[in-house]
Design a protein around this ligand. Structure first.
Ligand SMILES: Cc1cc2nc3c(=O)[nH]c(=O)nc-3n(C[C@H](O)[C@H](O)[C@H](O)COP(=O)(O)O)c2cc1C
Ligand code: SF4
Length: 434
């Protein structure tokens, strides 16, 4: 599959060093999408987003237009933009928050208008010091410009947007944990049902939660039309998407690519993208969609960056992060580091997640350190099966949120793909990679 040369949508402005300022934003068509939206009926704006088939960019890939349609008849509603982005190897929202905060604000305003929301929140990870500073600066500029607040651009539509710093926990990115955090509580995810945000969200009212990149696409969709967006990509994977490429590649970074028309091979090996595996080594494995996703091997390198195709192949595009492992990678150590993250970030409400992550972390650590036993592999799979029965994909869930079933992914696939390597650790009593 050839690499397509589609003009970028969410990173178009980033070649300018001052891309975060209002001056540059206005000079590059900024807030024109909002002005256009305000001349349309709210339902027409929502219809354009529906026609775009824009899949949410936060991980689950739910169509934004369909999510909004659940809310339209509610009398009070909120819009919350999720910029918590705390997953290891995921760094695409960070880029947009720091480098194009006005695009996120404009998208937020378009979504607020389409859903007739009068109070919106932008929730940005607390550790993003520069991002928070830039987002607050941009919000202040947007208020002064008349793009936010009362009677926006003389349209009669009013909405306030509040920036809220995150609470320093990965789980605050889970949408109901985020709502708890916004309400000033610990970010404990809520049980769904009944607490689906669209039904019982912020302060008990219907709420839309959308990812920052989802928002950043909206000005373009309103300007060019939903069908123009849907003409990019293929099947349900429309438009372009930001992929955060990391690990053992020559050129790690964020790449905006046309969905479904570009393959993992393109992303990892094209000289203008990843540039190939670092040091000319061989590809051993890659994670196609964030650390919650099942791993792929070199055999899957020609899969397109398509939500459907990756799903059919047994994994997900998830948060848009692709992690490359070369042939010198210790997969036991890689899987251990991922499960250690989940163990530390588990909020502790559900036994399978809290206890399971702890036990898996201990057992994988002892294998990596050379004191593992052969029966540990079955033990690990058994604990994983207790967290997510059947160890299938998509996973079964026994917990309040999907952090639980995310825990087994790396462990199960590392064992399935590299059982021999686990056994070498056990038999030799040491990590062969040192
Ligand atoms: C543990 C966990 C962490 C999450 N972190 C984020 C995050 O940082 N940003 C995000 O947009 N979505 C995150 N999500 C997904 C959100 O719950 C939600 O699906 C998303 O914000 C909806 O936006 P979208 O429909 O535009 O994709 C997370 C989910 C889980 C289970
Ligand atoms: S699955 Fe884990 S992180 Fe999610 S609510 Fe349960 S204990 Fe908390």
């Amino acid at each position: 599959m050839a690499l397509t040369e589609v003009a970028p949508i969410v990173t178009a402005r980033l070649r300018h060093p001052d891309s975060h300022t209002l001056e540059r934003y206005l000079a590059t068509g900024g807030y024109d999408g909002l002005r256009r939206a305000l001349r349309m009926e709210p339902e027409q704006v929502a219809e354009e987003v529906n026609a775009a088939s824009l899949l949410g960019r936060g991980g689950a890939g739910f169509p934004a237009g369909r999510k909004w349609s659940m809310l339209r008849k509610a009398p009070v509603r909120y819009l919350v933009v999720n910029g918590d982005e705390s997953e290891p190897a995921t760094f695409k929202d960070h880029l947009l928050i720091e480098r194009d905060p006005h695009a996120i604000i404009e998208g937020t305003l378009i979504a607020a208008y389409a859903n007739q929301v009068t109070q919106a929140f932008i929730f940005v990870r607390g550790e993003f010091a520069l991002g928070l500073e830039r987002m607050q600066g941009a919000l202040n500029e947007a208020y002064a410009h008349g793009a936010v607040g009362r009677d926006i651009f003389g349209s009669g539509f009013s909405v306030d947007v509040v920036l809220h710093p995150g609470a320093g926990a990965y789980i605050a990115g889970e949408e109901t944990g985020l709502l708890e955090s916004l309400e000033g509580k610990r970010a404990f995810p809520r049980i769904k049902p009944p607490y689906f945000p669209a039904a019982i969200g912020l302060y008990g009212e219907p709420t839309v939660v959308n990812n920052t990149e989802t928002m950043a696409n909206l000005p373009w969709i309103v300007q060019h039309g939903g069908h123009a967006f849907a003409a990019l990509g293929q099947g349900s994977s429309t438009g372009t998407r930001l992929f955060a490429l990391s690990g053992h590649v020559r050129r790690p970074g964020n790449y905006e690519l046309e969905m479904a028309k570009t393959t993992f091979r393109d992303l990892i090996f094209a000289p203008v993208l990843g540039g190939g595996v670092r040091g000319g080594r061989q590809l051993k494995a890659f994670i196609p969609g964030g650390v919650s996703a099942p791993w792929f091997g070199p055999d899957q390198i020609d899969l397109p960056l398509s939500q459907d195709e990756v799903g059919k192949a047994g994994s997900m595009l998830g948060s848009g992060s692709v992690v490359v492992m070369d042939d010198q990678t210790c997969v036991v150590r890689a899987a251990w580091r991922i499960v250690r993250f989940f163990y530390r970030e588990s909020c502790g409400q559900c036994t399978p997640c809290r206890e399971g992550a702890g036990w898996i972390e201990k057992v994988v650590r002892r294998i990596e350190e050379g004191s593992g036993r052969e029966q540990d592999l079955d033990l690990l799979l058994d604990v994983c099966d207790n967290i997510s029965p059947g160890l299938s994909w998509p996973p079964q869930q026994t917990t309040i949120c999907v952090l639980g079933p995310s825990i087994p992914s790396s462990i199960v696939w590392a064992i399935r793909m590299f059982r021999d390597e686990f056994l070498v650790h056990i038999k030799e009593g040491a990590c062969p990679y040192g």
